[in-house]
Design a binder for this molecule. Structure first.
Ligand code: ADP
Ligand code: MG
Length: 602
């Protein structure tokens, strides 16, 4: 029998590799821009058409490439950035795997013009699916310009898999922002067709932040700086009262590379402690500098996670840096936005303590408005929604509460005995003892089942918002909202696009607090994103959960007897009464026997 194993042709091997490196236009944008940064460019221009689907062009004024290098750059594992394995541990560049250009060239129609500073003519290459179609000398600017046209033109399945333009554009904006923040000394511009999205002159980090996120950030930034012999943390955090309901403006960089880390995010959040209003997220752009030997650099090219060998130490430094910053900014309210990070944080040395107290006082007593009439209506409604199907749900109670079903039917006498405990729990006498319901978790369960049902049947009613307010979102969130527009309206929101990244909420789900449209909507999107990053659940379920979380009664809210009664009734009419959507128990029964045992003398 003859041999049958053959090496794959390069074009196919590259296409396969491309699957890993290039998932969507944004990944190509990131790779091309990183190459420009590695090439020492001081000006980088990004131009896209149709969210990068038809064109991505990156023009830089960096080193450029010789004719041979230009050809070589398209080969897999061709890189100028490492020569030997040890180099991996002292890596200063963004790229090192030498895969990106080969991958992009395998799945697009690519054109490159590049010239070294000391050469008169540059090189012009036209490549289609890894095949070089043209190679000619050309008069061009110093540096490199690469155009990637019709990404995935030769892999229809991948192309069809791309999301809508707003969603793909959101991903590109995310990548662009991360690189622009990490390299504030480089001039960046970004245009889609003829519309300029960002125009960012080189400057200080604080200026870059303001140029990206808007003037209002100017007074809100507090500088961070903390250093140990292991690690240095610098950057800015937003003042607590500036925290947003929506996540997405939190940036962590390790050695100038954007990373995601729930653990270090937690370090920042814990520094803010109770300074933040509930469910809000502070703005931050933090840079962690650490000797590369303490981190694992050989991570997957598209992954943004990172491993440190002493994560806890880094946690502590990040936390300290942020604590100090938020202690200091209050002393320098009109912070000189042009001042250096160092000066601000020196100012704050030793003064953070007293300010912590100030903030604790300000934020620790949350004010909550309760609109009784509204909740009464809401309860009426949820009661109606939930009444049928009395039997099967009792079977689902877990062992300890298995015999509770009967007991939950309270006599008229017992019904009177409803007590709210610490504005968090509802206590009620049941036959086997004392039932304690967590009002927040219970109500979340009720609303979750209601919303899920509405998403399935599209039956939600909407009430007109009498004072519709425009909501301006980040480009990324705007794209997300457009993508989910159908589902959001199935929940009862009525949205209308109102200019760039802005929508107006004309209607909100019926029976939710009047006039709450804007904050409820923002909360919904925010919660949706959190769930999206933390859990992998289907879109509808996520929406139902998110809205239930945000619209539900919270701990700390005073309830009248009728409300408590209605909550309990609705909860036990749910198909799964005993767990919140997140799987936490909604109630607990303190058995009479147990209570007796506490008083038993033997
Ligand atoms: P890597 O960045 O991992 O080395 P790439 O495939 O992204 O791999 O790039 C291959 C090589 O092509 C780089 O090592 C670099 O030498 C060269 N190169 C790519 N883009 C540019 C650019 N914009 N300017 C100068 N050289 C570039
Ligand atoms: Mg690269």
């Amino acid at each position: 029998m003859s041999d049958i194993i053959q090496l794959l042709p390069d074009s196919i091997a590259n296409q396969i590799a491309a699957g890993e490196v290039v998932q969507r236009p944004a990944s190509a944008v990131k790779e091309l821009m990183e190459n420009s940064i590695d090439a020492g460019a001081t000006t980088i221009q990004l131009i896209v058409k149709e969210a990068g689907k038809t064109l991505i062009q990156v023009i830089d004024n960096g080193l450029g490439m010789s004719e041979t290098d230009a050809r070589m750059s398209l080969e897999r594992h061709a890189t100028s950035k490492i020569r030997k394995a040890e180099d991996l541990f002292t890596l200063q560049t963004k790229g090192f795997r030498g895969e990106a250009l080969a991958s992009i060239a395998a799945v697009s129609q690519m054109e490159m013009k590049t010239r070294l500073a000391d050469q008169e003519l540059g090189t012009w290459l036209v490549v289609e699916g890894s095949e070089v179609k043209k190679q000619e000398p050309v008069a061009c600017e110093k540096g490199t310009s690469i155009s990637v046209k019709n990404l995935f033109y030769n892999i229809p399945a991948r192309r069809n898999f791309l999301k809508s333009n707003p969603v793909e554009l959101k991903h590109i904006i995310d990548e662009f922002q991360r690189l622009a923040l990490a390299h504030h000394d480089i001039l960046f511009s970004f245009a889609q067709t003829d519309e300029v999205i960002y125009d960012l002159p080189a400057g200080k980090l604080s200026q870059r932040i303001v140029n990206i996120f808007g003037k209002s950030y100017q007074e809100q930034l507090a500088a961070c700086q903390e250093e140990t012999n292991l690690v240095k943390v610098t950057g800015y955090v937003g003042k607590p009262d500036f925290a947003r309901k929506t996540r997405g403006e939190q940036f962590l960089f390790v050695n100038n590379r954007f990373i995601r880390s729930n653990y270090l995010h937690h370090a920042v959040m814990s520094a803010f402690e109770n300074l933040l209003p509930e469910n809000s997220f502070p703005f931050y752009v933090l840079f962690i500098d650490i000797n590369p030997k303490h981190i694992d650099v050989n991570v997957h090219p598209t992954k943004t996670e990172i491993k440190f060998d002493d994560e806890r130490a880094i946690y502590a430094v990040v936390r300290a840096a942020v604590r100090q910053a938020i202690g200091s900014h209050n002393l320098t309210p009109a912070m000189d936005f042009n001042a250096d990070v160092n000066i601000i944080s020196k100012l704050s040395q030793g003064l953070s303590q007293s300010n912590d107290i100030y903030f604790e006082e300000r934020f620790s007593s949350p004010t909550r408005s309760s609109n009784q009439e509204h909740w009464e209506k809401l309860f009426e409604q949820s009661k109606n929604f939930a009444t049928p199907q009395p039997e099967p749900q009792v079977l689902r109670f877990e062992s300890s509460v298995n015999n509770a079903s009967d007991d939950l039917i309270a006599s008229a006498e017992e019904e009177k005995a409803l007590v709210q405990l610490h504005q968090r729990y509802i206590m009620r006498q049941v036959r086997s003892g004392l039932m304690i319901v967590d009002q927040q978790l219970g109500h979340e369960r009720i609303l979750y089942e209601k919303f899920l049902n509405q998403l399935k049947t599209k039956s939600a009613e909407s009430q007109q918002d009498l004072f519709p307010q425009p909501v301006t979102l980040s480009a990324a969130d705007f794209a997300l909202v457009l993508e989910m527009e159908q589902e959001i309206s199935a929940l009862g929101f009525r949205l209308e696009v109102f200019g760039k990244n802005t929508i107006v909420i004309n209607g909100v789900p019926a029976n939710l607090p009047a006039g709450s449209g804007k904050s409820l909507f923002e909360g919904l999107i925010e919660q949706f994103k959190i769930n999206q990053s933390d859990l992998s659940i289907p879109l509808k379920e996520n929406l139902a959960r998110s809205l239930a979380r945000r619209a539900g009664i919270k701990a700390g809210q005073k309830l009248v007897k009728e409300e408590m009664q209605a909550l309990i009734d609705s909860l036990f009419a749910c198909s799964t009464s005993n767990y919140s959507p997140d799987g936490l128990p909604t109630f607990f029964i303190f058995e009479l026997r147990k209570i007796e045992s506490y008083f038993n003398r033997q």
